[in-house]
Design a protein around this ligand. Sequence first.
Ligand SMILES: NC(=O)c1ccc[n+]([C@@H]2O[C@H](COP(=O)([O-])OP(=O)(O)OC[C@H]3O[C@@H](n4cnc5c(N)ncnc54)[C@H](OP(=O)(O)O)[C@@H]3O)[C@@H](O)[C@H]2O)c1
Length: 261
Amino acid sequence: MDLGLAGKAAIVTGASRGIGRAIAAGLAHEGVDVLAVARSEAPLRALAEEVGRAGNRRLVPAIADLREAEGVARAVAAAEREFGRLDILVNNAGTTKRGDVFALAEADWQEGFALKFFGYVRLTRAAWPLLRHSRGSVVNIIGIGGRTPGAEFAIGGSVNAGLLAFTKTMAEIGIKDGVRVNAINPGAIETDRLKPRLERYAAEKRIPLETARQLLPQEMGVSRFGRAEEIADAVAFLISPRADYIQGALIDIDGGATRTL
Ligand SMILES: NC(=O)c1ccc[n+]([C@@H]2O[C@H](COP(=O)([O-])OP(=O)(O)OC[C@H]3O[C@@H](n4cnc5c(N)ncnc54)[C@H](OP(=O)(O)O)[C@@H]3O)[C@@H](O)[C@H]2O)c1
C-alpha cells in the first residue's frame, strides 16, 4: 500500500533504540526525511548509515537531551535547517521508573515528568508553527498504563494519563489549525527496557530466559510480546493521508491487554 509519505520530513524522538528506532527506520523506508533525536550519538550514526545504504531518504542524527528546553529548541531548529519544513512529529523518548510508590524518590517523579510529559509538551508547542504551516501530524507514543494504572507503575501511569489528555487537547486545537494529533498506547513491546523485567521474572521463577519469554506474556494476559516494527507500521499509517479523518484517537496496540473501554 502506498502511504503517500514520500518527500515529507519528520522528527522522531528516542530514535537510538527500541520503538523510536523502528519508527525512524520505518518512516525513512516510506520516503520520509527523518531527524532522529536521542542523547547517544553512535547508535544514531549507525542508523543513519543503515538508512543511507538502503538508498532511502536522509536520516539526520540530532543529539539532544529532551529533558531540557534548550534540547527541544535545538531539535526543532535542526529540522527546519536540514529539511526546510516539518510534516511529522513523533514524540516517543520516555523512561519512567517502576516500583513501590513510597520507595520512589521525588527525583524519580521529576525525571519521569521532565522527559516524557514536559518533553512531549515542549516539543509539540515548539514544532506547532511548522506543523501548522505544512498541515502536518503528531503521534504521541504513550502506553497502556495511562488508561490502566497500577501500583507498580505509579510514575509511568501518571505521566501517560497526562499525555492522553494532552493529546486530546492538541487534537482539538489541531482541528482549526489543520494538524492531526493522535496517540498510540503500546502494550509490552520487546525492547531493551523489557529485558530487566524479563530477567527478574526468570530469576524469581528459576526458569530459563526463553521460558520466561513464553510465560510472562501469558501472565500479562496476552499471547506474546509485541514488536517495535508493529508500532512503527501503525505510526506510518496514522500520519498518512489514508488516516486523514483520524483525529484525537488514543489507540491501544497491546495484543488485547487492555480490557476496559
Ligand atoms: N517497550 C514497551 O513495552 C513500552 C510500553 C509502553 C510504552 N512504551 C513507551 O514507548 C516509548 C519508547 O519505549 P522503548 O521501549 O523503545 O524505550 P527505550 O528502548 O528505553 O528507548 C528510549 C529512547 O529514548 C531516548 N532517551 C532517553 N532519555 C532521553 C533524553 N533525556 N533525551 C533524549 N532522548 C532520550 C533513548 O536514547 P538515549 O538513551 O540515547 O538518549 C532511546 O532512544 C517510551 O515513551 C515508552 O514509555 C514502551
